[in-house]
Design a protein around this ligand. Structure first.
Ligand SMILES: C[S@@+](CC[C@H](N)C(=O)[O-])C[C@H]1O[C@@H](n2cnc3c(N)ncnc32)[C@H](O)[C@@H]1O
Length: 458
């Protein structure tokens, strides 16, 4: 994070604007909206600036800037077209430890003025750190379209009722759940429809008889790595959960999308190092839900594909715990797509098989003769350490040694690394390409399409 975002209370505080033109006017207007006591320094004022100063009873210094103009200032904004004046303002302000912004000159600023979405009391500030104010403005437009028009009324109503609900529901956790339930139900719609009195009455009535907390588990697929591949439902439940149990393959970028105050528990399993045994995970899910918590079980890919999700919800079902399951994009689908390999194709492959390449004692229990057939695609999960056996078995059962094979490491992420060769040569190629787990192995004629269809510049 390059800068610390803060919302500053400038009500009644002296804020200096240096400049009398249009840009200075925009900044002065913003400060006036926030209740600042305006002090404008400029030899000449444009008409609109003069009108604003009159309306706001601003102090106007019709002179060139001098550092004494900054006495007792809370902040200063320089918006002149003179580089020398702007620099002088910046130097003088920094010498007095007064926060300074110089329009369009980030190197002279100690703070920047963000693009804002103002639905007060909801205020959203967006900054590109000076990289591109245009991008910040386009994000602002995006947020404007996503926010319900009357969200300000909803926020005002919640503020009005906050203290009274506090006296009715004393426990912090219970209150948090109460407000979450309010926001997830139809109260916001009542406010958006202009029925605020009805919404208020409902909230007060519900606060008198809060239902006892019921725990629930959300078994959610987080997809293969790219956070944009999360489903909308996954995101919604990620924002709701009180506690999260997550696996090794859930990426950092995805964890950043969790509710910030949720408890995060790593229960990842690695092949040689079982961090938390499956039985313990099952017991934790039951115990946390019985404590009344909303528990998110977040798994890489899809929870029902090589994810032991079935076992976890069997335990929940036996214990009578409520649960929901959200599918995720499985590694085979995500990795193939981001490597430019269609898993099926009219000309090359009429079926696709998801297989485990996990080697058990006594060999991989797979029907190699069937897998060695043409016109199909094989997708091996957990197969890197078993690649020797996979290749040997397929060759021994008659697969063409020139059959294309791809090994995709950390598919869909910026660290994606793809190694492509033939069944006969892939074992040497992955050494050259320094491939490491996690990997997804694709065997089939469709792999040759990557040459034309590779689109993802990792
Ligand atoms: C225990 S399985 C879980 C699969 C997961 N439930 C799914 O649907 O993708 C873990 C294996 O999935 C594969 N995998 C998961 N994410 C991957 C990624 N981003 N890139 C390559 N392989 C991945 C690897 O083969 C890894 O060893």
């Amino acid at each position: 994070m390059e800068r610390l975002p803060l919302f500053l209370d400038v009500k009644g505080k002296r804020c200096v604007v240096v400049g009398g033109g249009e840009v200075a006017l925009r900044k002065a207007t913003l400060l006036a909206r926030a209740g600042a006591k305006l002090h404008v320094v400029a030899p000449e004022l444009g008409d609109e600036m003069a009108a604003l100063c009159a309306r706001e009873s601003a102090l106007v210094c019709p002179t060139e800037f001098q550092s004494c103009c900054l006495a007792a200032a809370t902040l200063v904004i320089a918006a002149t077209d003179s580089l020398a004046v702007n620099s002088a303002v910046s130097v003088a302000a920094q010498a007095l430890s007064i926060p300074v912004n110089v329009v369009d000159q980030p190197e002279l600023c100690t703070f920047i003025v963000p693009a804002i979405v103002d639905r007060s009391p909801i205020l959203i500030a967006i900054s590109s750190g000076g990289a591109s104010p245009i991008l910040a403005r386009s994000i602002k437009r995006l947020i404007e379209t996503l926010l319900p028009a009357r969200i300000d009324r909803l926020a005002a109503l919640l503020r009005e009722l906050r203290e009274v609900v506090k006296t009715k529901i004393r426990s912090f956790d219970e209150r948090t759940r109460f407000w979450e339930k309010v926001l997830e139900g139809d109260i916001p719609e009542l406010v958006y429809a202009g029925k605020e009195a009805e919404a208020k009455a409902r909230i007060l009535a519900d606060a008198d008889k809060p239902s006892s907390a019921r725990g629930e588990v959300y078994l959610v697929g987080a997809g293969p790595g790219d956070p944009e591949l999360l489903t909308l439902k996954a995101l919604r439940l990620m924002h709701k959960a009180d506690v999260v149990l997550y696996d090794r393959l859930v990426s950092e970028a995805i964890l950043l999308k969790l509710r910030p105050d949720a408890d995060k528990i790593f229960v990842g399993k690695q092949k040689s190092d079982h961090a938390v045994p499956q039985e313990t995970i099952n017991e934790m899910l039951v115990r946390l839900a019985q404590e009344g918590k909303k528990v998110l079980r977040l798994k890489g890919g899809d929870p029902f594909i090589f994810g032991r999700g079935g076992e976890e919800i069997e335990t929940l079902a036996s214990a009578g715990i409520a649960f929901q399951v959200v599918p995720g994009i499985t590694a085979a689908s995500g990795c193939a797509t981001y490597a430019g390999i269609p898993l099926t194709h009219r000309d090359y492959s009429q079926s696709v098989r998801f297989l485990t390449g996990h080697i058990r004692e006594g060999g991989v229990p797979l029907d190699w003769a069937m897998l060695a057939g043409e016109q199909q695609t094989l997708a091996f999960y957990m197969g890197l350490s078993g690649l020797d056996i996979i290749c040997e078995e397929l060759l021994a059962h008659g697969m063409d040694p020139s059959m294309p094979v791809a090994v995709i490491e950390q598919g869909t992420t910026r660290a994606q690394n793809v190694s492509v060769a033939s069944l006969a040569t892939i074992r040497d190629q992955i050494i050259i390409d320094e491939i490491k787990p996690p990997t997804l192995i694709i065997v089939g004629r469709v792999v040759s399409l990557r040459e034309k269809l590779d689109w993802f510049g990792s």
